[in-house]
Design a protein around this ligand. Structure first.
Ligand code: SG4
Ligand code: ZN
Length: 264
C-alpha cells in the first residue's frame, strides 16, 4: 500500500483517490465559495477561541513534516461557539511558489485564491477521546481557515513562526520556539465566516471536518511570504533538495452541499 503522497507528480493530488479512497468522496475540501450561493444562517454566532492567549510560558515546537510547517498546540486551547466542545491539536499553513501574484490558498472565494492559508485543527473532545479516533468520525474535527494576503507591513505575530523556519529546513526536523499568543494570528472579526461540512485537505481526506472560513483576511508582508515560500524543503536532509512549495489542494466539487454564512 502506498502511504507516501505529494502535491504534484506520480503520487500527486490527481492520484490521491487511487490510494486513499476517501479522497474521491462527495464532501471533500477545500472548495470554492461562490458567495451568491451561500445561505445566511442566523444561528451561527461568533466563535470563541479558548485559552489561545495563555501559553503558560511553556515553549512551543515547530516541525517540518515534509508537507508543511506544523505547530502542535497545548490541550488547554480549544474552541467555543460550536455545538460541541473542541480541543486544539495543531496549526499549519499552505502556500504557493514565490511567483508574484501566484496563489497558495486552498479555499477560494468566487474563484479567487489568496496568497496562503492558515489552518487551526481541533477535535471534538466532548464525543471522542483523541484526534486519531475523532478524525474518522463525521463530526470529529473543526478546522479554522484564515486566508492570508500580502500587504506593505510585516505581521509581527507571524514572525513567531517565520523566524525559526531556517532551523527546520529539512523534512523530519523540529525546533523548540518561544510560546506566543496564538489568537494574534487570527483576524479580529471572528463573527463573520462561511461554514460547511468537508474533509481533511490531505490524504487520507477523511470527511470529518466542520470547516469555518473567516471572511476577514490577515496580512503579512511580501518578505514574510517569500520566506515561507522559499526556506523549507519537502525532502529529508540526506536527499536531493525539493523546495516545499504549492502545498495546497485545488478546490473540490461542492456536490449537494450548501455553504452557510454567519452574516446576511
Ligand atoms: C497538513 O498536512 C498537516 O500537517 C496535517 O497534520 C493535517 O492532518 C493535514 O494538513 C490535513 O489538515 O487542516 N489541511 S487540513 O485538512 O490534521 C491532520 C499533521 O500531520 C490530520 C499533524
Ligand atoms: Zn491545512
Amino acid at each position: 500500500a502506498v502511504t507516501y503522497w505529494t502535491y504534484t507528480g506520480s503520487v500527486g493530488q490527481s492520484k490521491w483517490a487511487d490510494y486513499f479512497p476517501d479522497c474521491g468522496g462527495k464532501a471533500q475540501s477545500p472548495v470554492d465559495v461562490a458567495t451568491v450561493q451561500t445561505q445566511y444562517d442566523p444561528s451561527l454566532g461568533p466563535l470563541t477561541p479558548l485559552g489561545y492567549s495563555q501559553h503558560g510560558n511553556k515553549p512551543f515546537s515547530l516541525y517540518n513534516n515534509g508537507h508543511t510547517v506544523v505547530v502542535p498546540l497545548p490541550g488547554w486551547m480549544g474552541l467555543g461557539g460550536l455545538p460541541w466542545q473542541f480541543t486544539a491539536v495543531q496549526m499549519h499553513l499552505h502556500w504557493g511558489n514565490g511567483a508574484p501574484e501566484a496563489g497558495g490558498s486552498e479555499h477560494t472565494i468566487n474563484g479567487q485564491s489568496s496568497a496562503a492559508e492558515l489552518h487551526v485543527v481541533h477535535y471534538n473532545s466532548e464525543l471522542y477521546p483523541n484526534m486519531s479516533v475523532a478524525m474518522t468520525q463525521q463530526d470529529g474535527l473543526a478546522v479554522l481557515g484564515v486566508l492570508i494576503e500580502t500587504g506593505e507591513e510585516a505581521n509581527q505575530a507571524f514572525w513567531n513562526i517565520l523566524n525559526y523556519l531556517g532551523r527546520i529546513r529539512h523534512a523530519g526536523q523540529s525546533v523548540s520556539i518561544p510560546a506566543f499568543d496564538v489568537q494574534s494570528l487570527l483576524p479580529s472579526d471572528l463573527g463573520r465566516y462561511y461554514r460547511y461540512n468537508g474533509s481533511l485537505t490531505t490524504p487520507p481526506c477523511f470527511q470529518s471536518v466542520l470547516w469555518t472560513l473567516f471572511t476577514e483576511t490577515v496580512k503579512i508582508s511580501h518578505t514574510q511570504l517569500m520566506k515561507l515560500e522559499t526556506v523549507l524543503y519537502a525532502s529529508k536532509e540526506d536527499a536531493d533538495r525539493v523546495v516545499m512549495q504549492d502545498n495546497y489542494r485545488t478546490p473540490q466539487p461542492l456536490n449537494d452541499r450548501t455553504i452557510l454564512s454567519s452574516f446576511p
